[in-house]
Every structure is written in C-alpha cells, then in structure tokens.
Design a protein around this ligand. Structure first.
Ligand code: ZN
Length: 487
C-alpha cells in the first residue's frame, strides 16, 4: 500500500510530510545517554520512541543510518557550564578511572536496551573518541567570528550569532529575555555574556579527563560532540535529529547554533522530541526519591513498585501513549499494560489455531489500512493499539465460532499481526521466549544424562530416555558434530 508518513517537526511545531534529503537513505541522530549511572525509565522512552521510528522507516524501505552517541565527557552537573563533569565526579567518589565508569554504565545501558528489544544503532560514537573533530569544529566557529577565547576556554558568542541568525528557533526562547532571567553564577566572569555557552573548557589541574587543544589543556563543552559527530557520520543537512523534550534547550538549540556558525548550514531537516515520564504525577528525579532504574523495574526492587514489571510490559506501556504526550507512571497503569499486552499476545497465538470459514466477518484490508494510517500519522501508537484490540476481539470471536474468516484473510491477518506487533512495535512474546529457553535447558540436561549413561554402558537408562523422547515427539540425531534434536 501507499504510505505518506507525517511527523511533527519541533522546528515548526506542525506535522510535516516526511521527505528525506536523499532517498532512499535516511540519516537519523538521537542523543544517547550520559554514562554515569544506570538507565532509568526516562532513558527507556527516547530509546523506544526512536527504535519504533527506526523500525518503521526500515519497514517502509528506507536505508537508515542510525547514529546514537554515548556522552562520556563534557556533560557538567549544571547545564550552564557549571559544576563538575558528571562522569569525573562519579569516578572520584568511587575511586575509579573515568573510562571505567563510562564503560561500566555503557555496558549496563546496552544490557537494559537489549532487554527492551531496542535495536542497536548503526553507529554509536563516543564523545571522548571524537575530540579532534570537536576541536576542528570549534576552530571553524572561532574563524567565522562566532566564538571567543577567554582565559583558555572558548565560548560561543550568542549575542553576535543572534544578530545574523535566528537563535532560539527550536526552543522559542529569545536571548534578550534569557539575559534577564539568567542568574550570574560564580566563575562565569570568563563569559562576555551569561547566555554564552562553553565550546571548550580549560581544565583545572585536578581535572582528570583532559586533552590538548590550541587554546588550553581541557575538554569540550557538552553540546559540541553531537554537532561534530552528526556532521561527521551523516553529513549536512541530515534528516532526523531526536531526543527528549528536555534536550531542546540548551542542548539542541546550541547544536543548531554551532552547526550554522561552523558550516553555514541548518544541520537538521526534522527535529523530533519525545515528551517526559512522570511518576504519580511528579517529575522524576534523584532528589525527589522517586527515581527507579530499569533493572529495579524488572526485578521489582523498589518500595514504589507493587510487583516486578517485565521489559515488554515497560515497552508496551510506553507505546500505549503517543510519544509527544506526557506519560504518567503508576502501578495501576503498568498492571493494565501488562494485562493488555498478554491479551494481545494470546490472541496472536490463537490466530495460528483458527479454522478458516467460507465467509469473512472481519475486513482485513480495512484493518490494514487503518493501522498504517495511524502509524503514518506521526507514529500514533495509541490509536494503532486500539485497532489491534479490534482484531483481538475478532480473533476471539472466530475462536468461539461467533464469527467467520476465510483462509486467505486468515493468512493475511496472521502476517499483518506479526509484522505490526513484532517487527514494527518490537514486542517479544516473553512467555514463549522463557518457555523456549526452559526447553533448551532441559533438553541439554537430558542429552547430557543420555550421553553419560551410554558412556557407562547403562543401556536401560539410555533406552528409557530415547523412548520417552520419542513418545514426546522429540527426534534425537547423533552426528559427527555431536547430538542435535528437533520437535
Ligand atoms: Zn546530543
């Protein structure tokens, strides 16, 4: 069928028809984690939102180059260039190498993303591995007159840039208003203006992560990495830049300013932002004591949790809301998601057992059209999932002999449900997955026992195992490369 994908571009605030710069290629960049702690619910939402987009674009036939970075240097505790580097601080507190901290939390992020069935990006660049690219970009900004050196640090000259370019086009902030609202922070006297942001910071002697540059031994500002690395791997302009809404300002606004100042190009055609997750109506935060890491969700390790929630429950819960709307976590909402997903997955299993009839009481073509219209409409997953439950109802009615469906329609519906639920929404039947793993484990135990009994010439036991497996329809084959089995 014909597809016209529309996505909301944060630049215009409107839904726009998706037309890539150079089809069939799509360049997509999503801001990844700053790796100084375990991934929490807030990390799951952008990861799953852009995983859905990546899967859908791939389904539509685009060749997607998906870049998701890892921030392992330069992200300071306060957004306006103040405080300690988040990773260096953790390293100091735990007496580790900063790169040890970064590696540890990158590993745990990957583990959690794999559990959530989030696909790996095509490229996952590290900020620390692209220092020279960032230095080159900063030098270009200085050469073009939009940055200045102050006491070994380099700052972006926001007022100067604003004269020639529309600063604030993404966040809607005007720098004149910002000046009035910005507190003068201690140590900011290096800046000509409080709204200027750091491109390069001179490192204090005790600072651990630092590199040589033309200006000082120091480290890049947080925003520099994404501009430098997206330009390097996707060129400019590229198609989609994504991230959480909280990154619009200052991070993404600064990215636009840096790219325009360095290369004279608006770097991105479509900016996309997912909304935030709240917990019982409250913002999530360490200081609020409602901060739950994903691993604790999976294990039920928190007083805020009534039970453990599986990775797929979390995934389904996030997909049940539109990515642009706020999503409030509560035990009730997660339990409802768990129930709903189970009904959906059971219906898909039922589907493979249905007997076809002579007529169809369920219009599969119409169902297909509606599902893809929902996806094409800015990834409207709540509407899509509502349609999936229409199909669930129909499947259960056919199973109860209250409705009928032809063999052709049955095949079509089966393949459609698989494509949408497993390939595009990225859900996994965890019960089936667990059962399969259990069967694998038990079979290897049984085959071990069988091999041992044969070694010991205990033919009674080995025959007993063979006969029992045969009765259970399991065929065991002994070959050159060992023993294999199939049901
Ligand atoms: Zn970024």
């Amino acid at each position: 069928m014909e597809h016209n994908l529309y996505i909301t571009n944060s630049l215009s605030g409107k839904k726009e028809k998706f037309e890539p710069v150079a089809p069939p290629h799509v360049g997509m960049y999503v801001c990844g984690p700053t790796v100084y702690g375990d991934a929490h619910l807030g990390h799951a939402r952008p990861a799953i939102t852009f995983d859905l987009l990546y899967r859908y674009l791939t389904f539509l036939g685009y060749k997607v180059r998906y870049v998701r970075n890892i921030t392992d240097v330069g992200h300071l505790e306060h957004d306006m260039d103040e405080g300690e580097d988040k990773i260096a601080k953790k390293a100091r507190l735990e007496q580790l190498e900063p790169m040890e901290v970064a590696q540890h939390y990158s590993n745990s992020y990957h583990r959690d993303m794999h559990r959530l069935n989030v696909l790996d990006p095509s490229i996952e660049p590290l900020a620390s591995g692209h220092i020279s690219d960032q230095i080159d970009m900063i030098q270009k900004i200085i050469d073009n007159g939009y940055a200045y050196i102050s006491n070994g640090s380099v700052y972006f000259d926001v007022p100067k840039y604003s004269k020639d370019n529309p600063y604030g086009i993404l966040s809607g902030r005007k720098y004149e208003d910002m000046i009035n609202n910005t507190r003068e922070l201690a140590g900011q006297d290096e800046k000509h203006n409080p709204v200027d942001f750091a491109l390069w910071k001179k490192a204090a002697p005790e600072h651990i992560m630092k590199w040589n540059s033309p200006w000082s031994v120091g480290f890049p500002g947080w925003h520099a990495e994404c501009s430098a690395m997206s330009a390097k791997y996707l060129g400019m302009p590229f198609d989609i830049h994504g991230g959480g809404m909280d990154l619009k300002f200052p991070h993404h606004e600064s990215e636009i300013a840096q790219s325009v100042a360095a290369y004279g190009v608006m770097p991105v055609k479509y900016w996309m932002h997912n909304n935030m997750i709240t917990i019982n109506g409250q913002k999530m935060g360490k200081s609020l004591g409602n901060f739950i890491i994903l691993d604790d969700f999976f294990k039920g390790n928190s007083t805020l949790l009534a039970q453990p929630y599986s990775p797929m429950t979390i995934r389904f819960f996030i997909l049940q809301a539109h990515y642009r709307s706020e999503l409030d976590f509560s035990n009730d909402a997660l339990q409802a998601a768990e129930k709903g997903m189970k009904r959906l997955l059971v219906a898909i299993k039922t589907l493979s057992r249905l007997k076809p009839g002579k007529t169809s009481d369920f219009n599969v073509d119409e169902f297909e059209k509606k599902c893809f219209e929902a996806l094409d409409d800015d990834l409207n997953t709540p509407i899509l999932i509502a349609y999936l439950f229409d199909a669930v109802k129909a499947i259960n009615s056919v199973a109860d002999n209250k409705m009928s469906i032809t063999a052709d329609d049955l095949e079509k519906l089966k393949s459609l449900m698989h494509t949408i639920v497993f390939d595009i929404l990225g859900l996994i039947d965890e019960v089936e997955g667990n059962n399969n793993k259990l069967i694998d484990d038990l079979m290897s135990l049984i085959l071990d026992l069988r091999a041992k009994s044969r070694q010991n010439k205990d033919w009674t036991t080995s025959d007993q195992i063979r006969d029992a497996l045969k009765a259970a329809n399991v065929i065991v084959k002994d070959g050159k490369d060992g023993t294999t089995w199939e049901i």
